[in-house]
Ligand binder design. Sequence first.
Ligand code: HEM
Length: 565
Amino acid sequence: MMNTNLTSSETPNIAVVAGNFVRRQLFFLHDIQILELLLALCVFVTIHSLRQTKHHGLPVWPLLGMLPSMTLAVVGFQTNNLYEWLTQVLCRQNGTFTFRGPWFSTLNCIVTADPRNLEHLLKTKFSIFPKGPYFRDTVRDLLGDGIFSADDETWQRQRKTASLEFHSAKFRQLTTESLLELVHARLLPVLEESIDQSFAPIDLQDVLLRLTFDNVCMIAFGVDPGCLGPGLPQIPFAQAFEDATEATVMRFVTPACLWKAMRYFNLGVEKKLKQSIKGVDEFADDVIRTRKKELMMTNTTNSVSEKQRSDLLTVFMGLRDEQGEGFSDKFLRDICVNFILAGRDTSSVALSWFFWLLHHHPEVEHKILQELSTIVDARSSTDDHHNNSHDETEMVFSPEQIKKMDYLQAALSEALRLYPSVPLDHKEVVEDDVFPDGTILKKGTKVIYAIYSMGRMESIWGKDCREYKPERWLNPRDGRFMSESAYKFTAFNGGPRLCLGKDFAYYQMKFVAASIIYRYHVEVLQNHPVIPKLALTMYMKHGLKVTLHRRPHHQSSKVTKIKDH
Ligand code: HEM
């Protein structure tokens, strides 16, 4: 580390003086100010360089490439939405174009929304399109060697073990039980509370984020942080996790040399990142230490309760390599943190967009209600001894009932088609190649696949591609749900890196949506602005402010009691 503490007896060193100067200047920079600075730089150079060329019909500015056009789109002169701007360009360019970034950035990349290219990238030539060193370098501090950023053997090992676990009966039991507890003992009471407080508006996105955070922590760590509860408490671990993800995302829009300098000098957003990662690590270390002790106790006392745990931490702790060595604590921390990131906000954000779409499509809400009533009535008539089938305030949907909700699954898939939780994803090319559409790919090129745009292309979904129509997912003969090719509907990725939590995510979203819709009509506040936030996951920038109205059959303010089913 450079010594920045000069005493009067020391000769000033030019590197130290320069270092201090940069440190002083950067100290005052906030992340927003950095963006403003970049924007000002764009405007300045744009005004001073009147020469502008075109690449495939897109303006390319000297030094700045296509950044000014994109910036104008994002700040609102054209579309107020980066994803919409990309969609417009991709539609004009038949599904693929080359984005030219400014000279100082690493933003040059191929952007594609062509299903043939997606299949090539995610499946056929999977091995030459890894996540790559650029992505890993950017997210390493938070994600380490976890499944999201890993490639090759490090990825394969985690994928294989987690995949076995995700498909086991024990895991299914853990997830259904923890979800049931969360929805009935925590989510529904919080929603009821808002009604009791004279229909106080609540931010449904925030409530759902809390629910999925608690749920995925139970799956990954086997502990419940308790974010969802009366009064919606602030939980330091959840806050640290959120801050750490947001600060990591800032690195993708900051020149690498700048964020690396800020990290070195511990300034601005990088300082915040360091502090929040410390918060995440402390929580993880504590859980790992406690679990190790518990497992040792279990082994010595030969008790079975701890051995029966099926959270990912316990499963990975039990693994040994050929030399009989277990995973290091750091690697165990990376594994869990990555799973929390994967399952934390994807389903909650998808559910938020789904409820917003329902608000604008009462006919879809009506059909979902009809489906739920049919399923509930069928159980009432065939299962008279079932203790909760007639008492609607205590209605708990069973896994078999959830499986039968084809229309709800179609409505959720349609929401994900238009608002995919991961709107853009990326790969790096490690060998020269050519896409099926003829695009030449040089080694080292970055490829962005625009999942959001894919849902809005006539060439993929037809003329009504922008309409919300769950029916497109139903077999016209029997009304059953029909899945789509992962290279056309890429919300869950595809090929060997297909989302590991896809089945669980559908179960979770269906269970939560059915439990809410059966009891309440969700009304979005009039004039509440709903626009996507620019982040790795497609949050609603201002949340989703709603009021809840009890259905006529659910007029009691009694909170649901969980019963075995
Ligand atoms: C609506 C909900 C969800 C959506 C839309 C979704 C989408 C995705 C996408 C697009 C990827 C690829 C990311 C990338 O490689 O850059 C992915 C990967 C992954 N997802 Fe999900 N996900 C959802 C829910 C979940 C849940 C609930 C879990 C776990 C509890 C989960 C676990 C994972 C894991 C572990 C990976 C990494 C797979 C790998 O790289 O091999 N996902 N998901």
